[in-house]
Each structure stands twice: as C-alpha cells, then as structure tokens.
Design a protein around this ligand. Structure first.
Ligand code: MCN
Length: 740
C-alpha cells in the first residue's frame, strides 16, 4: 500500500456531482447575509443609515454585545497589532473591509438591501508603510566581517509580487446558534478564534468544514465573516448564510507574498559563498492576519540558507502596514520568497563571476556528509543529499545539451535552475512558541476499529484537494494489512475530531500521518494483548504482520477481524486487565520540520516580436522522503508548479492609492492549461525524514516554491538581461528585449 499509486477514492463523488460544498447546505428559516464593504482605503465611519424595513447589524451592535477583537495567531515580540473587528467600529483600513451586515430571506434580496445602506465616511490619508514589527536573525557582525574581506560581492534588489488565492470555490459560512459550517482548512483554529471573540466555550460551538474546492493557504485563516455569522445567528435566532461573490473574494481573501528585498552575497574568486545579507520589507496589509507575521518573519527568514553552505547569514525583515487586504499564507508561504532571493542571487553571481550557473551551485551545495547540518540562521536539516538531486535534475533535463537547443531555436531560448528547500510538516510547537505562536502545532488522530473490522480514522487535518481520503487510508491499510475499501477517513468536523490543528504548511502527512501511524500502533499493541489471551501466549511473543497476530516461531495465529470481534463481544476476553473495544487516539508533535528539497530546471522560449513567453519544458526532481502515493504526489507537484509559473508569468495583485485594480479575472491573470508544458516530475526517496515514523516530508507546496526562480532565471538567460520583474508579462519581456 505504501508507495502505490492507488486511484483517489474521493474523485467519483466529486465527478458525479455528489460533493457537498458550503453553498449546497441550507437550513429551514435561514437568512442570507450581504455585506456592506468599505469603498475607501482608509476612512472614519461617521454614520450608518438605512431604511427601517431592513435588518441591518453594525459594528456598534457588536460592540454593545461585547464582541472582542480578532487577534492574530502569532505575536512577534514588540509587534503592533491594530484592533480588528468583524464589523468595522470607528475606522476602515482597506477597501472591502466589512462595515455592515444586511440580512434577508434570499441572497438577491440581501444584496439589493445592502445597496440601500448609506455610510457616511470621512476619508483619511493613506497609511504609508507604518512598521508593525522588525525581525532579525543571524550574526550581523560575522556577515559584516565577511563582506569586508570578500573578493567579490553581488547585489540584488527584487520584488516578490502580491498574489491572491483564487480557489474554484469562494469562501462561505453558514451558522446556526451552535454550529458554524465554514469552508476552512483549520476548523479547530476557527472555533478557537470565534469562541474567544464571542466569549463562548469551545463546547458551545461545533465547526464543520465540509468538501471544499481548494484552499491554497488563504482558507486556513480567520476571517470576520466567521465571527459575524455565529454572532448574528445567535442574536437573530435564525441560521445565517454568507457566501462570497468572486469580486468579494478579490476584496477580502488574504493575499500572499508582497516583499521588497535588497540582498547581497559575498563570495571568493572561485564563487564560494561567504556571507549573505538580506533586508526585506514585507507588506502585511491593513491588519496582522492570523499567520501573517509568522510567514513574513520567522518562516521566510529561516530558509535563507537554502541548499547552500553559506557560513554567515543575516536577515532583517520589516513588516509594514498598508491600506490593502491583509497578507497571509499562500501556497509556499514564506518559502517561495526565500528561494526566489537565493536563486536569483546565485544566477547573478554566476553571471558576474563568469561561471556556469550550474557550476556555482555545485560548488556551494551542502554535502550529504554534513548532515545533520546546522544552518547559521536557525534550522538544523536532519537529512538530504542535495548534490545527488542536483545532478539528477541536470541529467534528466539534459542541461549539458542546452546550447544545441538554443542554437536551433527560432526564438530567444533560455534555461533556468532553481534549488529549493521547504520546511514542511509545520511545526514543532516548542519552536513555534519561541517565535511567537499563540497556538500549538501538533496533530491528533483517532482510529476506531468497528466490530466487523472496518476502520474509521479521524484526523484534525482537512482534505480540500490533497487526496487525504486515499493516502491516509493507504497508511491504515498498510499498518493493519486489511482491504483498503474497509477504511474511511473523517476530517473537518470538531464534533467528530474534538481537537486538531489543520492543513497548511504541507503538514498533513508528516504530522497528521504520523499521529495516524502512532494511533494504529496503539491498536496493534492492544490487539497483541487480546491475541495473547486468545492464543494462550504471552503478549511479548505475539508478532503482527499482514493482518495476522501470530505467536512467534509457531503457526498459531489469529486474524485482525477476529481480534476486532473479540474486542466488542468480549465473551472470552481478559476483562480484568483490559478494556473492551478497539479505539485509540494519538497526538503527534514533530521534533523538527521535515525538510523537503528539490532541484527544478525550466526551459523557456520568448517570441522576440511579441514578448510572449512559453515554458517549453520543466523538470522537477524532489526529495519528499518516503512517498505514500506517487500519483497523488505528482498531482500535487503539478498543481504547485502551475501556481509558481502563474506567479512568474502572469499573476499580480495591483493596488493604486488603496484601490484594488486587479479585482476580477479579467485583470488578475491565472495561468491556463495551455500555458503549461507537460511536466517531468520525479522523486528521490533515498533520504527519508529521520524523525517521523513514516519517513515522509511534505510535497503540497514544492512546485510553488521552485517554479518562480526557475522560470525567471530561464527568462533572464533567454533575454540576456540583468534584471526582470515578476510577473514577466509579454509587455515587460518585450520592453526588456527593446532595452526599455
Ligand atoms: N503525500 C505522499 N507522500 C509524501 C508526501 C505527501 O503521498 N511523501 C501525499 C499526502 O498523503 C497528501 C498529499 O500528498 O495526500 C499532500 O500532502 P502534504 O504535502 O502533507 O500536504 P497537505 O496535505 O498538508 O496539504 C497542504 C498543501 C498546502 S500547504 C497547500 S497551500 C495546498 C496543497 O497542499 N493547497 C492545495 N495542495 C493543494 N492541492 C489542492 N488540490 N488544493 C489546494 O488548495
């Protein structure tokens, strides 16, 4: 089962219209909610007026009910956290901020009614890059000393473009008095936030996150509509439903990236990296969102060693406010930003030193023998054979044969390499706590074997496209040696899974899967005790494999199904020493991140007449440790690559004086299937993660991390220019060709 490409069990339901998404839910007496959102980037709310026949609630009503502020899930020391309310109270800080909620019998009536609400605003000057926090890591003095004596120095300034999530299904919520149905990646975190703001106990609120059409990080965060819906449902004593329109999604979903970075690399004459200095301004938007500060500070900065042996690194991140939607996790979350800095620098250094771009990387890769490797910036990598992955990527992409392909191309052809590192399996709770987290990052799993030996596993993670129903069932089938179709996976309901953390940071397998593994081991341990009784042997002598409990060295054995039966019909059972039932839970808190890594090689062609770029080939070699399901992993890598290529070539959120210019898919360009090549994706399993029981590292974000620099380095090579900004649209490329 482990390592086999089992077809996804969830797909039949989705492909035959049997999925249940938020908008498929309805309750008797349900009211629809439409939100009046601020048209201003920064303003004081002076007065809200509406006709008496409308049912409208405002921030003032929430204030009267004592509803508390929305707090970030991460507090960097000294961080400024402007109060944020589910409905604005006195001021609004970004276009799209909810100001009033209007309720009616249908969605259309609610939307029409919202048009009749008059808000008197006093427009305020825009916030200009006010500092929220400063975060530094590394040894500044060591970096200064290395720069003072280094033979060579390379400087780079770049922008990491702001992106939005754009899942197929928009965000939505339905609240009854005691249940919040919510399209979220992290139902337990949402319960915690909503209860804290409304003064409820966690036992008072159930959060259900049903089938979900994509999340990409931004649906794992806490949003105003969640608190608002529960509060309104309790106050109005009617279920309340709100589902975002696509335009509302652009105006209110958290966005990603938005870094401005200056970086300098000190090298010797041979191209060996001596020191790295990075200074980044990260735009947090109008408020500090749930993990907004963590991604911009600790998560991004921790990865600036990448796959390289740079002895001294110093990074300074300034998180700043602006009048825009808050930024937070978006596939990759901090890791693509770090990788982009390093890989653009490596290419620039090669060019300036007259070295081949593969050669400069080869000279700096951390060798396998150096593992475990303690970086000068914090993390310790437990394992990895970076040179092996690197050479494999060059081989499968025929890097050596590129110049021939370039010569025979009628367009401008270029090749780009990106080496990436990912801190997947987020995160050791202790480490996260030291860096300001307000929550733990364990995962919880319960395994319930039914009397007929069918199995249900309950996890705190959430499946919204990653194939958990399949891969987690593979783990259980493998552990118990039972048929795959006797297993069901349950996620996304706090009534079924009382505690949990959620799906983000490519953590579900490495952390949730490990909790599942431990729970399965507990079942096997108990099964051994039951078997020992039935076989009249000592539990220590019982061995379990391929679904059978056997007395070691004999042919006396008993099957998993009989053990399950005996556990629930305990007629012949050691009741004096063992409880009946076969039902175990486990919590797993990882001791370290799982450091996925890989090398990607991309080839592009640019039409010199139009500036249109085409990705003609893309080779990805990824080390994600032990692979549970190769087909699902390949799909995950493809999806990430599509998003990374989208960032490099097309996507950009644009604000002008606080107004969102990219507020629809006519302005915000997503890549389409025709823009993507057939990907070559392979994994290398020679370096299983050393500290989790599955040996697994995450794969959900890999593609989105490696692709932007691989594509941009290929474009820079194709055009022979020193600088180019993402997204490299035809217009920008054409300007670069024309030397403008
Ligand atoms: N897997 C495996 N072997 C490995 C690693 C993973 O078989 N060594 C499998 C896992 O069992 C799981 C899938 O691959 O079925 C992804 O696992 P993992 O890397 O643990 O990532 P998560 O399940 O935690 O998913 C989160 C990750 C993130 S952070 C974003 S953002 C993202 C992504 O996954 N958003 C997605 N992939 C997405 N895919 C879809 N379709 N939709 C999204 O919103």
């Amino acid at each position: 089962m482990i390592g086999s490409s089992v077809r996804r069990v969830e797909d039949l339901r989705f492909l035959t219209g049997e999925g249940r998404f938020i908008d498929d839910f309805a309750f008797p007496g349900m009211l629809y909610c439409a939100l009046v959102r601020s048209p201003h980037a920064h303003a004081r709310v002076r007065k809200i007026e509406f006709p008496r026949d409308l049912l409208v609630l405002t921030g003032r009503d929430m204030e009267k009910d004592g509803v508390g502020p929305m707090r970030a899930g991460w507090q960097i020391p000294g961080m400024v956290e402007p109060p944020r309310w589910a409905l604005a109270r006195r001021t609004v800080r970004h276009v799209g901020e909810p100001v009033a909620a209007v309720f009616a019998e249908t969605r259309a009536l609610a939307e029409d009614a919202a048009e009749r609400v008059e808000v008197d605003y006093e427009v305020l000057p825009l916030i200009h890059k006010e500092t929220a926090f400063r975060w530094t890591r590394g040894d500044a003095a060591a970096v200064d000393a290395a720069f003072a004596t280094a033979a060579r120095r390379v400087d780079l300034e770049l922008v990491n473009n702001r992106l939005c999530g754009a899942a197929i299904e928009a965000r939505g919520v339905i609240a009854t008095g005691d249940t919040l149905y919510c399209a979220t990646q992290a139902p337990h975190h949402i319960r915690q936030h909503v209860c804290a703001e409304l003064g409820l106990r966690e036992i008072d609120l159930r959060v259900v996150s049903p089938d979900m059409g994509g999340g990409f990080g931004y649906k794992g965060k806490h949003y105003p509509e969640e608190t608002l819906a529960v509060w309104a449902a309790r106050r109005l004593r009617r279920p309340v439903k709100w589902v975002a329109t696509r335009q509302e999604s652009f105006l209110s979903d958290t966005q990603g990236r938005d870094h401005r970075t200056r970086a300098a690399l000190a090298l010797d004459d041979e191209g060996v990296f001596l020191a790295l200095r990075v200074s980044t301004q990260a735009d947090l938007g109008a408020y500090v969102s749930t993990f907004g500060a963590a991604i911009a500070g600790p998560i991004y900065s921790a990865l600036l060693a990448g796959l390289y042996r740079t002895p001294a690194i110093h990074v300074e991140v300034t998180g700043v406010f602006s009048n825009s939607v808050p930024t937070d996790a978006y596939r990759g979350a901090g890791r693509p930003e770090a990788c982009y800095v390093l890989e653009r620098l490596a290419d620039k250094a090669a060019r300036e030193l007259g070295l081949d771009r593969a050669e400069i990387r080869r000279r700096n890769l951390i060798p396998k023998e150096a593992m475990p490797y303690e970086t000068p910036i914090g993390p310790t990598y437990d394992c990895g054979d970076f040179p092996r992955i690197f050479e494999r990527a060059l081989a499968v992409s025929d890097y050596a044969g590129f110049e021939t392909r370039r010569k025979s191309s009628k367009k401008r052809r270029g090749i780009g390499i990106a080496c990436y590192l990912e801190s997947s399996g987020v995160a050791p709770s202790r480490l996260a706590g030291m860096m300001g987290a307000r929550v733990g990052f364990y995962e919880a799993a319960t395994v319930r074997v039914a009397p007929d030996a069918s199995v249900t596993a309950y996890l705190g993670t959430h499946n919204h496209g990653q194939g958990h129903a399949t891969t987690f069932a593979q783990i259980v089938a493998d552990r118990f040696g039972i048929d795959f179709d006797r297993i069901r996976i349950v996620e996304g309901d706090t009534a079924a899974v009382p505690v949990g953390t959620g799906t983000f940071g490519s953590r579900s397998l490495a952390v949730g899967g490990s909790a599942l593994h431990v729970a399965c081991q507990k079942i096997i341990l108990k099964g051994k005790k039951i078997a020992a009784h039935l076989l009249e042997a000592s539990a220590a002598d019982i061995e379990f494999s391929a679904g059978e409990f056997q007395v070691g060295g004999t042919d006396r054995k008993i099957g998993f199904a009989q053990i399950a039966g005996a556990a629930y019909v305990p007629h012949d059972y050691p009741l004096e020493s063992l409880e009946p039932g076969l039902d175990e839970s486990a919590f797993y808190d990882p001791p370290n991140f799982a450091f996925s890594n890989g090398v990607h090689v991309c080839e592009v062609e640019v039409d010199p007449e139009t500036g249109a770029a085409e990705v003609v080939s893309y080779h990805a070699v990824d080390d994600i440790g032990t692979v549970i399901n190769p087909m699902i992993v390949e799909g995950q890598v493809h999806g990430g690559l599509a998003q990374g290529i989208g960032q490099a070539l097309a996507e950009r959120t644009v604000y002008d004086a606080g107004q969102l210019l990219s507020g629809s898919f006519m302005d915000y360009a997503l890549p389409r299937a025709g823009d993507l090549p057939g990907f070559h994706s392979e994994t290398d399993e020679s370096q299983p993660c050393t500290h989790n029981p599955l040996g697994a590292k995450g794969c959900g974000e890999a593609g989105a991390i490696g692709a932007p620099p691989a594509v941009m380095n290929a474009l820079l090579d194709a055009l022979g220019v020193a600088d180019l900004e993402m997204p490299a649209t035809p217009h920008r490329l054409w300007q670069a060709i024309m030397g403008k």
